[in-house]
Ligand binder design. Sequence first.
Ligand SMILES: Cc1cc2nc3c(=O)[nH]c(=O)nc-3n(C[C@H](O)[C@H](O)[C@H](O)COP(=O)(O)OP(=O)(O)OC[C@H]3O[C@@H](n4cnc5c(N)ncnc54)[C@H](O)[C@@H]3O)c2cc1C
Ligand SMILES: *[C@@H]1O[C@H](CO)[C@@H](O)[C@H](O)[C@H]1NC(C)=O
Ligand SMILES: *[C@@H]1O[C@H](CO)[C@@H](O)[C@H](O)[C@H]1NC(C)=O
Length: 561
Amino acid sequence: MVQRVAVVGGGSSGLVCIKVCVDEGLEPVCFESTDDIGGLWKFKDSTEPERSSIYRSLVVNTSKEMMCFSDFPMPAAYPNYMHNSQLLQYFRLYAEHFDLLKYINFQTTVKSVTQRPDFSVSGQWDVVTINRDGEEERHVFDGVLVCSGHYTHPVLPLSDFPGHETFSGKCFHSWDYKDADTCRGKRVVVVGIGNSGGDIAAEISRSAEKTFLSTRQGAWVIGRMSSNGLPLDMTAITRLNNILMQLIPKTLVNWAAERVLNQKYDHRLYGLQPRHRLLDKKPLINDDLPGRILQGALVMKPNLKGFNGSGVVFEDGTVEENIDAVVFCTGYNGNFPFLPPALSDGSKGELTLYKRLFPPSLQHPTLAVMGLFQTKGPIIPVVEMQARWAVKVFTGLSRLPSKEKMLAVIESERKRNMKSYSCPRQAALQVDYIPLLDFMADEVGVRPNFLRLLLRDPLLWVKVFCGPCTPYQYRLTGPGQWAGARQAILSQWERVAQPFRTRAIPEPEKTLSVLFSPWLLTFGGTVIMAVLLSKNEAVPVVQGAAQTLDRCTIFLKDIWS
Ligand SMILES: Cc1cc2nc3c(=O)[nH]c(=O)nc-3n(C[C@H](O)[C@H](O)[C@H](O)COP(=O)(O)OP(=O)(O)OC[C@H]3O[C@@H](n4cnc5c(N)ncnc54)[C@H](O)[C@@H]3O)c2cc1C
Ligand SMILES: *[C@@H]1O[C@H](CO)[C@@H](O)[C@H](O)[C@H]1NC(C)=O
Ligand SMILES: *[C@@H]1O[C@H](CO)[C@@H](O)[C@H](O)[C@H]1NC(C)=O
C-alpha cells in the first residue's frame, strides 16, 4: 500500500502535488531547500548557485484563465498576463486555501533519493535530506514526486566562441540578469532569441545606447494579444482548433497564419524570419520586440562567431566594436543531482521519461518527474494533471505499459518531433498541449465525455468544445470532480474582462450590437466571399451557405431547448 509520498521542491509543481496527494488520501511530505514557496517565481535581487533566477520585470506568457490550477481560478481582478510577483501571490492564496504549508519542511534539501534494498518487493525509496542545521536525516517513502524545477543550471557556451578569453567586455548568462540598470548607455549584445532573450533584449534596448540581438535561427514572434485584444492562448488553444488543425493540411495553416503575422510586421524585413515554418516550433511570445526594431534601438544580427578585443564578430563577417557586455540567453541544462544515476542516460544527466513523467526502467512505478517538458501552452495545468495521474499509478489504480512498450512510445514521439527540432534533447521535451492533457485525463478518468455533455448541457458543451481549453474542464466529472467547475467555465470571459473595467463605458445600443452579431458577420462574410470568389457561382454558393447556416441554427435551437 502506497501511503507516504515525498515531494521534492515547493514551487508551483510541489504545491499542486501536495494537494493532489491529500485529495487521494495519501500522506505528502514536501522538502523545500529555501525558506519560502513559489520556486522560480520568488524573485530575488541576487542569484544563488543551483537556484533558479528570474529578472525583475518578468511577466507571464500564458494568460490567467489558461494557467491556473483547475479548481482554483485566479482572482477576477488579476490582469490577464501578470507580473511575476502577482503569480507568487496566487500561489500563496492556493497554499492558504487548501492548507498546504503544514506539509512543507522548509530549508531542507533533498540530498539523495535511492531505491531501498528491497525495492523489487516494496517499491520504496530511501530519501536523505539535510535540514537547516546541516544535519542529515533519513526517511523511507512509498513514492517520490520530483518537483525540483529545471532552470537551475545555466548553459554558458563561451568556449564555442574564439577570442572570449581576451574580450574586454563582460559576458554573463540571462540567469544573472536582473534588470537593465547596469546597461545604461552601454553597447550590448544579447545572444539567443528564446523567450528570455527577446524580453531581455527589448528591455535593455530602452536604456542601452545600442542593443544587438544575435540569433542563429530567427523566430516567429507573436504577441500576447489576439484579435480584439483578447489573450492569445485563449483564442488559440481550443478543442475546435485542435481538430481543425488535424483536418486542414499543415502547410496551408502555416501559409495562412504566417501571412497574418507578416501583415503586422514582415519577419523578413525585420530580420526575424526563421528557416522553420510557424507551426514547427514554439513561437516567441513578445509584444515589444518588433517595436524596438522599428525604432532602431534594437538591431538584429546573425549568429555570434567570436570576439576580437572589444569587438564582437558575427557569422556574416560583420563586427560590432566597443561592446560592453554580452548576455547569453542560451538556456539551461536539466539537472537532478539527487536522483540515482541509472535513471538518467548519457553524460548530460537527461532523463528518459514515458509521457514526460515516468522513468520506464523502474520495476515499480513509484517515482515521477514533474514539469520536465516544453509545450505551446501553460505548464501548470499539465503538471497538475501529471500529479493526478502519477498518484493513480502509485496506488495501482492506473497501470503503465511494459518497459519495452514505454521505450517504443518514447522513441516514436522523439522521432516525430525530430522533424521540427533537430536537437534530440529538445525533440524529446516537446509535447502537444491538449492531446497530452486528454491522454492523462483518460488515465485518471476525468476526460469530459463530449457526447454526454452535448446531450445534457449543450451550453457548456459549446463553451468546452469551441472555447478555450481552460483547466476547469478536467474537474467536470470523475474522481476529483469540483462542483464549481461548470460555473468557472461559464464565467471565464467575465474574469478576463474584469481587470479592464477601470473606466466605465456605457454599453452600445442594442440595435448596433445586433448588426455586429457573430451570426450576421459570418453570414455577411460568406456572401461577400462568395461574390468575390466567382460572380457566376455566387448564387449557388450563397444559397448553400444560407442553407448550412439555417441548419446550424435549427440544430442549435434544438439542443438549447
Ligand atoms: C523565465 C521563465 C518564464 C516562465 N514563464 C512561464 C509562463 O508564463 N507560464 C507557464 O506556464 N510557465 C512558465 N514558465 C515555466 C515554469 O517553469 C513553470 O510555470 C513552473 O512554475 C515551474 O515550477 P516548478 O515547481 O516545477 O519549478 P520551480 O519553480 O523551479 O521550483 C522548484 C523548487 O524546488 C526546490 N528544490 C530544488 N531542488 C531541491 C532539493 N534537492 N531539495 C529540496 N528542494 C529543492 C527549489 O528551491 C524550488 O523552490 C517559465 C519559466 C521561466 C524560466
Ligand atoms: C514562456 O516562457 C518560458 C520561459 O522562457 C518558456 O519555457 C515557455 O515555453 C513559454 N511559454 C510559451 C507558451 O511559449
Ligand atoms: C581583430 O581586429 C584587428 C584590428 O581591428 C584585425 O586586424 C584582426 O584581423 C582581427 N582579428 C580577427 C580574427 O578577426
